[in-house]
Design a protein around this ligand. Structure first.
Ligand code: 4NP
Length: 166
C-alpha cells in the first residue's frame, strides 16, 4: 500500500518543524499507523544542519512526553518529488517553499500548518526562537491541534488520498 509522505517545514528546523514531526509520529504510534506514513521535517536555512532540536524545544517537548531525535537539514528541490504534503509554519515559510517549487503540481503540495487546526484560531505558528517558555508551550498547543486535524483529514480520505501521485 502506498505511504502518505509528509514534510514539515520551518525556518531553522530546530524548533517548530521537528516538534510537529515528533507530535505527528507519536499520534501515528498511538493509532498503530506508523507503517502507512513517511514523516520528516526540514528547514529553509541550513545554519543548524546536523543539530538536534533546540534544547528549549526538547525540554518543553519532554514535559508532554515527546522525544525529539530529528537532526536539522535543509529542504531541497528533491523533497517536492518525494513528499505528498509539504507543510509550512508561517507566511515566510510558505513563500520560501513556493520559491523552491518548480511546477504547479509541486506548489499544490504546499500547505499551512494552522489550516488544519480545529480548536485554535491562529493563522501561523510563531517562531519561538527569540522568545521565552510561553512561546514554546504555545507552539506545542498549536501543533497538537493541527496534527490532530491533519491526521483526521488524511484518514477520512476526502482531502488527501493515500495514493496521490507525485
Ligand atoms: P524554527 O526556529 O524555524 O522553528 O526552527 C528558528 C530556529 C533558528 C533560527 C530561527 C528560527 N535562526 O535564526 O537561527
Amino acid at each position: 500500500m502506498p505511504k502518505t509522505s509528509i514534510l514539515f517545514v520551518c525556518l531553522g528546523n530546530i524548533c517548530r518543524s521537528p516538534m510537529a514531526e515528533g507530535i505527528f509520529l507519536k499520534m501515528l504510534q498511538h493509532q498503530d499507523l506508523t507503517a502507512h506514513y513517511d514523516i520528516d521535517s526540514a528547514g529553509l536555512i541550513s545554519s543548524h544542519q546536523g543539530e538536534l532540536a533546540d534544547s528549549r524545544m526538547r525540554f518543553h517537548a519532554s514535559k508532554r512526553d515527546y522525544t525529539l531525535t530529528h537532526r536539522s537539514r535543509p529542504v531541497t528541490k528533491a523533497d517536492f518529488d518525494r513528499f505528498d504534503l509539504i507543510i509550512g509554519m508561517d507566511d515566510d515559510n510558505i513563500k520560501g517553499l513556493n520559491r523552491l517549487a518548480s511546477t504547479q503540481h509541486q506548489k499544490a503540495k504546499i500547505h499551512r500548518m494552522t489550516d488544519f487546526c480545529k480548536i485554535l484560531n491562529d493563522t501561523f505558528v510563531p517562531d519561538p526562537y527569540y522568545g521565552g517558555d510561553k512561546g514554546f508551550e504555545h507552539v506545542i498547543d498549536l501543533l497538537e491541534d493541527a496534527c490532530q486535524g491533519l491526521l483526521l483529514e488524511i484518514s477520512d480520505g476526502s482531502k488527501f488520498p493515500k495514493n496521490s501521485t507525485n
